[in-house]
Design a protein around this ligand. Structure first.
Ligand code: F0G
Length: 459
């Protein structure tokens, strides 16, 4: 990368505004100490610009807000569900649609239905909740991302390592692998996309061995847009057609619609398998709600049906991906090493490279995330050994593959000026980086420790 990228023009104007709190440095210091250096524990009132996640933080359009009024709140067979179902069937190309209130419930229902203890679940890279839900059912999550040099400029670094997958299935036996998952885009690998060629090849391997392939497709529109921009042969296809082709290769999909649903809550499981749908529906009714609302209000289903159409608009996706690239170039200019090329929903800073004096077991990513909050009130998230490493208490420390900090960008929420403000302050952090301190965990739960653990600074 390294080149200067222009600020993209937003293809919308602002109709409703929400004030955001400004806090002075002393207050921020008190707040981060009260939160035991865990940014999940900060009240949103203590955050100026919130880049913790792009999940459920989207701004809805005037059209979606109008849809909210149209929501049909009938318990069974609501009109809003039919609209949601039709839209999902059309884009995701699967006949059986089970609504769920968010992605992790979809994961839980799928794994509760098909996964037996001791079985393996390969994925190009599991997100934290997918990994945790697999472990929770006694399964073994396996990450098989392609190994591509970050400096190669290759776009499709989200891909599955298809040869490694084939070898893995031969080693462990297809009967021990109930499902293979393809995460599009690959959140944990910089939000980078999976190519159509890789989707096709992964699907071929899965089907040769008789194993169903499911998509984890929270960011399917961003992935489809990257295919259009960067994969030969797709330049003149619409993003919707690309998404449709991609899903044709799968047997099912689970989605956290809090991302590319352009709404604040929602998700679903889709499948081509009637018998599987029947078994999952029983559990859905037990834990989420009736089969035509699955933990959502009719108005949510309405907003999502509209969101799935809006998110495929190419002017929106051009602005969206360019804004991510713009923030990436600003941060590089400020002296922060980033994962390049930038992906669809976030900029990932390489904190391991930025803070070489802090070893992985002292969580350099967390140290940088805390420093950025102290500097300007921006909330980011560590995606490194705190989130994905193992150990603590008496267990041996196992680091994550990389020590990253993610600046996730809510859709249609912050302007280019907000991102310029962050980059100006990131430059101040870069100037004093040698004074940043490592962190240690004071207390932690067994699963998903990053959400609730307490930390302290070392020294
Ligand atoms: N799959 C992927 C790829 C995700 O990124 C997420 C959530 C989920 C599944 C779970 O969905 O939150 O609706 O239950 N990712 C959020 C994030 C939390 O910040 O990246 P959920």
């Amino acid at each position: 990368m390294g080149e200067k990228i222009k600020a993209p023009v937003e293809p919308f104007r602002i109709k409703s505004v929400e004030p955001i709190p400004t806090l002075d440095a002393a207050t921020r210091e008190a707040k981060i100490r009260e939160a035991q250096f865990n940014l999940f524990k900060l009240d949103a009132e203590s955050v100026f610009i919130d880049l913790l996640t792009d999940s459920g933080t989207n701004a809805m359009s005037a059209h979606q807000w109008a849809g909210i009024m149209e929501g049909d709140e009938s318990y069974a067979g609501a009109r809003s569900f039919r609209r949601f179902e039709n839209t999902v069937q059309e884009i995701f190309r699967m006949p059986y649609i089970l609504p769920a209130h968010q992605g992790r419930v979809a994961e839980n229902i799928l794994f509760s239905t098909i996964l037996k203890p001791g079985q393996f679940v390969p994925n190009n890279t599991h997100f934290d909740t997918t990994r945790a839900n697999t472990l929770h059912k006694g399964g073994i999550p396996i990450d098989l991302p392609v190994a591509v040099d970050g400096s190669s400029g290759e776009y499709f670094r989200g891909n599955m390592d298809v040869l490694a997958l084939e070898k893995f299935i031969e080693d462990k036996g297809a009967e021990n692998i109930p499902v293979i998952i393809l995460t599009v885009t690959n959140n944990s690998v910089g939000g980078l996309p999976v190519s159509m060629e890789n989707v096709r090849q992964t699907s071929e391997v899965c089907h040769r061995f008789g194993i169903p392939m499911f998509f984890d497709c929270a960011r399917f529109a961003e992935n489809s847009y990257f295919i259009k921009k960067h994969e030969p042969g797709y330049e003149s296809r619409s993003v919707k057609e690309i998404a449709q082709e991609m899903f044709e290769y799968g047997d099912g999909a689970m989605m956290s619609a809090k991302k590319d649903g352009l709404a604040n809550i929602g998700g679903f499981i889709a499948t081509k398998d009637l018998e599987l749908a029947r078994r999952m529906r029983e559990l859905l009714i037990l834990v989420e709600g009736y089969a035509t609302y699955g933990g959502l209000a009719g108005r949510d289903l309405e907003a999502l049906a509209i969101g799935f159409e809006e998110v495929l608009a190419e002017d929106y996706l051009e602005y969206r991906t360019s804004q991510v690239a713009y923030l990436g170039s600003l941060l590089e200019g400020a002296g922060l090493p980033i994962v390049t090329p930038t992906g669809g929903h976030a900029v990932f800073v390489d904190a391991g490279e930025f803070l070489p004096h802090i070893p992985a077991e002292q969580f350099p990513g967390q140290s940088l995330a805390v420093a950025l909050y102290r500097e300007c009130g921006v909330r980011t998230v560590e995606i490194g050994s705190l989130m994905f490493g193992e150990g603590g208490d008496d267990a041996e420390f196992v680091p994550a593959p990389r020590e990253l900090v993610r600046l996730a960008m809510p859709r249609r929420v912050y302007t280019n000026t907000h991102y310029e403000f962050i980059a100006e302050h990131a430059a101040n952090v870069a100037k004093k980086k040698s004074s940043l301190k490592g962190m240690k965990i004071l207390s932690q739960p067994k699963l998903l420790r990053h959400f609730i653990c307490d930390l302290a600074e070392i020294g």
